[in-house]
Design a protein around this ligand. Sequence first.
Ligand code: ADP
Ligand code: ASP
Ligand code: MG
Length: 404
Amino acid sequence: MAFIVQKYGGTSVGNPERIRNVARRVADSKKEGHKIVVVVSAMSGVTDGLIKLAREVNPDATAREMDVLLATGEQQTIALTALALHGIGVPAVSLTGAQAGIVTDKMHTKAKIANITPRKVHEHLDAGQVVVVAGFQGQNPDGSITTLGRGGSDLTAIAMAAALKADLCEIYTDVDGVYTADPRIVPHAKKIQELSYDEMLELASLGAKVMQARSVEFAKKFKVKFVVRSSFNHNPGTIITEEHSDMEDVVIRGVSLDKNQAKVTIIGVPDKPGVAAGLFGALAEAGTNVDMIVQNVSLEGTTDMTFTIARDDLRTAKKVIEAQVAAIGAKSYTAKDGISKLSVVGIGMRSHTGVAATLFAALAGAGINIQVVTTSEIKISVIVNEDEGPRATQVVHDAFKLGA
Ligand code: ADP
Ligand code: ASP
Ligand code: MG
């Protein structure tokens, strides 16, 4: 008997038939003798629909009320999944994030999990029930509902698996596993059998939305082994685990594309100590993550500074940037959102050369202009125009011969 946390994403619970399909799969696992905790997302489209609704009512909706609203999506699915399990004779109970003992910090809409006290989960498991936990949500120490950022049900599942000391965490989704690129962009992308936490973390952070990046970070920290599989078939998925030496043989593991990007350029920044600290300090305080940063060579005492942020943060960031442009005595700024970030990832990059050259040649050959470049030990990222993103992904994927 194993203790398994199974997570089912939005598409997997997207309609009544699919919820019944999930119930049947859970029942089969239980019949095999396993102890099961199920984590579910909102039905596909529900979270987006709620966000749209809130914007229609108030474009500047407060984060606290957004969380109260968004958490209802998952609350529907836990009840429906428990009902579907009852319908086939499986004892089951639904728990909200708070009821499952998930406590977070106070950063509404992107809260971090502070601790989990899964007392109620254990009680119900001991009574022989399947426990169905709402993904994506928790409560802060004041008792307010919080959510864990988009894709946050992955984090709920991984964190629950860690807190419960489960043997395995299974992430069920609408693809057979993690591919060398998003199969919607590169149809001949190949399924990857095994990945290290760091590679999965980079792919996820850089736009492969198959796993929420923060959930992978959590899995790495607490050594939670997990598998990404399809809820629509029984094909073996992709295993994500600790790095071992064979993994370095593969130079490039995958290509990812992140459309949720915006580029800000501050023009005429006085070239003196403390300016960057002030600007990026203010952005950090507003909860905006800054990603790539490029500073031009100083000319006559001023310089231009370009950086990228998540497109979702642009609205909040603009207010901070406007204030900072005035405070630091810069000339002006531009903010542009029609860009995407393309990245190639692989731990083999540490021991192989020529990756940047192949990447640049592939893009040049396709006539695609590169706007910003950054590199790290196991990745290279470039900014390209959004409308060229998919084609750029295809040519780079082919240049590294990743396809099936
Ligand atoms: P869920 O609702 O189950 O959480 P998501 O929509 O969040 O599912 O993630 C699954 C989707 O991630 C897939 O349908 C696929 O289009 C996309 N995706 C992006 N990059 C990759 C990749 N490298 N491998 C597999 N899927 C990917
Ligand atoms: N329902 C949330 C979202 O759409 C969380 C999740 O699906 O993981 O982002
Ligand atoms: Mg997801």
